[in-house]
Design a protein around this ligand. Structure first.
Ligand SMILES: *[C@@H]1O[C@H](CO)[C@@H](O)[C@H](O)[C@H]1NC(C)=O
Ligand SMILES: *[C@@H]1O[C@H](CO)[C@@H](O)[C@H](O)[C@H]1NC(C)=O
Length: 305
């Protein structure tokens, strides 16, 4: 037990000494206790609590900045520029990555050193890089363009009384790739990306559509089976030739519609000329037809009627 305590104490002491003497060996870390710690254009880092504890710097005059650089050139450009007293404005956020001449890094102010001192029980907090959106000042906390790759971070301590001299810094983080639009869609493609109500509505709509289709099919089949018999088309009663009896001096009328339709009518041209075809009927059944015009009835008939 005593041995374990000694080992623990030595471990704590060595960590303490590393923290105090050489913050360069520490690098910014992505927060693991927040959802969406890396998005398409933002990253959530753990704040550098305790990193600059042993640096001699008046806490209210010294400020912690985050440097965001895009490799390959960004991190080396910053390392070249960091002793320049204009370091805060040499590569302002709005043009940090967008131009061919861009230096591919920018600095974001995180706060005075006193906010990052190691007081009893101080724990790193979450800091979202990009929370100011697409902002316009040189050191604002701007978003990255979507899907930017090879982004590295480091924390620096700048003494504003010493013409913005970088007096301490951590190491660079390993390169971080932001999510590309493609990985966004693949993330949200499954059912997991949908809310339960959305799924419910989709299911209900699908079932309703299916029922509607089923009804349509049933109606079609039923309709085909029970279709009403087609109405017989009544041929009009057609008369080839008639006498206008109601007219005095009526002339027999020929229906010109029947020209060329002779074989349907019992005309001399159509009927075969069989001699004695009706002779077998005998004289008692023979009817003698006489052609009368309406106004020429014999005297005796007109008298009896
Ligand atoms: C700081 O940067 C500016 C702009 O690039 C440059 O003109 C100036 O010479 C630099 N100063 C030093 C000391 O390097
Ligand atoms: C910020 O806005 C400017 C102008 O609309 C645009 O050109 C630039 O791409 C935007 N930056 C980001 C990271 O969205």
């Amino acid at each position: 037990m005593a041995f374990l305590t000694v080992v623990f104490a030595v471990l704590c002491l060595s960590i303490r000494s590393v923290l105090g003497k050489a913050p360069e060996s520490f690098t910014p870390l992505i927060s693991s206790n927040v959802f969406g710690n890396v998005t398409g254009n933002t990253v959530v880092l753990l704040t550098p609590v305790c990193y600059f504890n042993d640096v001699t710097c008046p806490p209210e005059k010294c400020f912690v900045y985050l440097v965001a650089a895009r490799d390959p050139a960004g991190s080396s450009n910053f390392d070249k520029d960091k002793s320049n007293s204009s370091i805060l404005t040499l590569s302002p956020y709005p043009t940090a990555f967008s131009k061919p001449t861009s230096k591919n890094y920018f600095l974001t102010k995180m706060g005075p050193l006193e906010n990052f001192m190691c007081i009893n029980g101080s724990k790193p907090k979450n800091f979202r890089v990009g929370s100011d959106g697409n902002c316009s000042t040189p050191n604002c906390n701007g978003i990255f363009s979507t899907g930017l790759t090879g982004v590295r971070f480091k924390y620096v301590l700048i003494n504003s009384t010493l013409t913005n001299k970088v007096i301490s810094e951590t190491g660079w983080s390993s390169p971080i790739n932001l999510l590309s639009p493609k990985s966004f869609t693949s993330l949200n493609d499954g059912l997991g990306g949908r809310s339960p109500s959305m799924i419910a509505i989709t299911v209900i709509l699908s079932v309703l559509l299916f029922l509607l289709l089923l009804l349509l099919i049933v109606a079609l089949v039923y309709g085909a089976r029970h279709a009403p018999e087609p109405m017989p088309i009544l041929g009009s009663l057609r008369i080839r030739r008639y006498n206008p009896h109601h007219m005095k001096d009526g002339v027999p009328q020929e229906n010109s519609a029947f020209d060329g339709n002779m074989k349907n009518y019992t005309t001399a041209e159509v009927l075969p000329n069989v001699p004695g075809a009706i002779d077998h009927l005998g004289p008692q059944n023979a009817v003698t037809l006489k052609h009368y015009n309406n106004h020429e009835f014999p005297e005796d008939i007109s008298q009896t009627t």
